[in-house]
Design a protein around this ligand. Sequence first.
Ligand SMILES: [Fe+2]
Ligand SMILES: [Fe+2]
Length: 286
Amino acid sequence: MIDDKRREIKKKLRGLQGLPTLPPIVAKLTQMIGDETVSAPQIAAVIERDQVLTSKVLRLVNSAFYGFPRRISTVSNAIVLLGLNVIRTLVLTASIFEMMQSRDIGLWEHSLGVAMVSGVLARELRLENPEEVATAGLLHDLGKVVERASLFEDYTRIQKIVQDQKISWREAEKEILHMDHAEIGGYLLNRWNLPERLIDPVSWHHEVSGAKKFPVETAVVQMADLLVRARGFGYGGDPWVPEPEDLVLERVPLDRSRLEKLWPELEGRFYELRFFIQEMREALSA
Ligand SMILES: [Fe+2]
Ligand SMILES: [Fe+2]
């Protein structure tokens, strides 16, 4: 059976002006990075042409958010040290910051928290691309940003039934939109041609059995989401902290004692993240 509501939402998402279009610079970089005849210095030059973007990328590289051990002062340096994929995700991150933080501070803080914890867990599990897992964490609730920005009528109805019926945000989304924010976020990232290692975790962070290509990364993002909500950092949309899915506990083999050992590091980073958020807010409102 064809679901009219879902069709309507997807049609709206496709036709959206403004917010959910990929910043042109990211599209350009994605295309350049895929083209083997383009060299790293050429890519650096494209980014460096944009002063504001350059300063944001450097701030991000040097922030607690990514936690690289040494100072990085130029974009070309960053590319040499971190590789092109990391740079692309950094540019994407920098571009998405503004749209997120101007709409909903609580969700922005929540997303940054999940990004940071995802990165720490990915490193602890020795996954291949911890920075991209962090970026997936940053984007995991992108669908919620879009609901608020572009589906506002539905958004207020969701908000109302979350309060009245005491159900979770996601249950309410399914009632009103017939799809949830994970699907919306994944749908957009897909349309933006972003890599599967971002799409998979965003699409399946509430139902990890759906993630076929990056199952562990997806489980990491769910775990990070729950830890950040339990910690009370930012606000993800509703006050409940669900149990992790069994599959998450299987795929993220960090038992209680290992998590307890990690906690001081996470606390330190939460603390730094507070400063970073303050700093970014000042920089962006200036
Ligand atoms: Fe979510
Ligand atoms: Fe979340």
